[in-house]
Design a protein around this ligand. Sequence first.
Ligand code: C2E
Ligand code: MG
Ligand code: MG
Length: 722
Amino acid sequence: MAAVGASGGDTVDLAGAQRYAADWAGAVRRLGFVPLSAAETEQLLLRHTLRLAEVLLSADAPEPAAQEVGRSLVDAHLAEPGVVEWSVRTLGERFRSDVLAAGRPELDTRIAAIQAGLAAGFARALRERTFVQQEGIARAMWQARDDAEQALRDSEARFRAVFDGAAIGIGLAEVDGTIIDVNSAFADMLGYSVEELRQLDVASLFHPDDAAGMWELYQELIEGKHDAVRVEKRYYRKDGSAVWTDLAVSLIRHDDGRPRFTVAVVEDITERYALQQRLRFQALHDPLTGLPNRTLFFDRLASLVEQPDPPGRVGVCFLDLDGFKTINDSLGHALGDQLLVMIARRLADCVAEQGYLVARMGGDEFVILVDGVAAIQDVIAVAESALAAVAAPVCVGDQQLAVSASIGIVDSEVAGTSVAELMKAADASLYWAKAEGRDRWAVYDPERSARDNARSALAAGLPAALDRGEFVLHYQPIVSLLDGRMLAVEALVRWQHPELGLIGPDRFIGLAEETGLIVRLGEWVLRQACRDAQRWHTDFPDAGLVVSVNLAARQADRPAIVDTVADALASSGLPAELLQLELTESAVMGSAGEPLRTLHRLAALGVRLAVDDFGTGYSNLAYLRRLPITCLKLAGPFVEGIRGAEPADADHRDERIVDALVRLAHALELWVTAEAVETEAQAQRLRALRCDTAQGRLFAPPGPAETIVARLRDPKLGRASC
Ligand code: C2E
Ligand code: MG
Ligand code: MG
């Protein structure tokens, strides 16, 4: 495929452009007289095709260039109405797919702008050309009339010839509005005889829909303030039908400059006007559903919110069908289209009474513009009726379908006063409605959005932070409840964020799990913890200090974890029995098949396996027996419930649970570690309940590796508080 570059790295398919230009030229030659050779026509239209492709791909507003192209069609005398209709329609239907090397459906809005620009440029150039011709006629007539005063008979005959023979309507009137004369072209245009029309006066030709200011302009003309006025005007025919005209009225003055009479030159432009209207409709409506399209919706929304003194509060319901892709794929696109048409009709019907604008944004997305809102409840009510309209069973082909939708709701008072802000907010709240389970609405909340944005910014920064080495490990001692000796340490990761300071794992581990980065991050933690632990082991071999590393479910699920752990041990030199891996209860309990084999292979390496936060999930106790685990870590909330020292109103439920769990663990020959031990009283109760080890601020908060070295060095420190 020959492709030529355009700005932004996008390309134009040159062969496609040539084919497009050839078709265009063929259509132009078919549709009317063309004063150029076939090759010249094709060359000209190829230039236009490439120009339009270039502006489509550029960042510039496309209208001016499209208008130039429309104008140059008229300049080249390719001015048949069929030509512009073909050109505009084909631009919409095939230009993007024929001429661009890549599809780029998002450029459709720009295509619509190009269509509108081309039609406007064409119409304007045509009108200007007609005006120049009309001016010529008016001058010739004036000249003719003038001559008539000099050489009466001769010129009268000449004037009559111009007047009666002109294909364009001409009328002469006194400045008081009395019609002096009209030619038969004018009379025919309005369906009167010349005689009948001569009986009327200018005022009787007024039309109730004449553009505001038109008759004031006429008034100023006959007062001599202008020499000519030019308007598009509608006349009633004698039979009551309407005719659109391009009307140019010139003022003829006496020698001393006083207004004398007016000459009106009138061209019937009904067909061209209808074409323009049709093109305007096409540019602003969705061809499938007939609903207003996004361009019209954005224009309307902008006119409501983006003005210095907005007329009032506006709501937007941004609706997206749930699972439409699946419906489309399973039913086929033809039935998918039928479904969209039906949904469009229902949405339009459900707000028809209030007159709100319903538009199709594209694909399965629709919007409802709720203007004149008093309270957000008004917009919610519209969203609910839209959801109900979508939910009624739909029959397409011979299938009955249940369709649902999700709606993001925004309110201009909360979400901002620019179209871009409102649509961004609508998009965010639609996302919430989808994430919360679909078939519902969600209202935009700026605080939630700010939290989402902060979360996304953190998530986006994670990979680079890992590459830049911004993560650090803190370690928290796990001590024996019998003698207070530090038996192990838990590695707890932190992010030394360049702007936000030290961030705890609760703020980023979840994100890393969602994005999958946890696998790389977890491997870094594992290797770093093994290296630190090996150093301690070398320096304090008698301590036998175990390092306990958290494994996320996504890490534990992957069979490759076994090789990673083996390699972390081998490359650090840490003996396997000095490494403990903490798995969450759900990761352990959910394991069957391959994951269970993975646990056994990990255990076979000689490392210990612990169940973290035990008691917060739904453990199947019988199943626990079959797992190769060595330790249960009791979740913090149970320990929190142990108040110790027997206060009179103590609720002993947590204590009884801990008691039962410890007995169970011991029956299964497992160690028990209590987490989050904060008070001496808790430590005492746990000791009485025969819990083996404990971890918590009472003994030591998590701290940098040096704090562990200090403890190892000073055995008294190692036994603090116990
Ligand atoms: P966890 O594994 O249950 O870690 C214990 C948490 O309890 C730690 O929170 C610790 O700082 C906190 N803690 C320590 N002493 C006390 C206390 O006396 N009272 C209370 N209430 N809490 C105490 P941290 O460091 O914020 O870690 C939170 C969680 O983040 C960890 O819970 C773990 O699930 C996760 N996490 C931390 N590091 C990693 C990691 O490297 N990989 C994975 N997958 N998860 C990690
Ligand atoms: Mg843990
Ligand atoms: Mg824990």
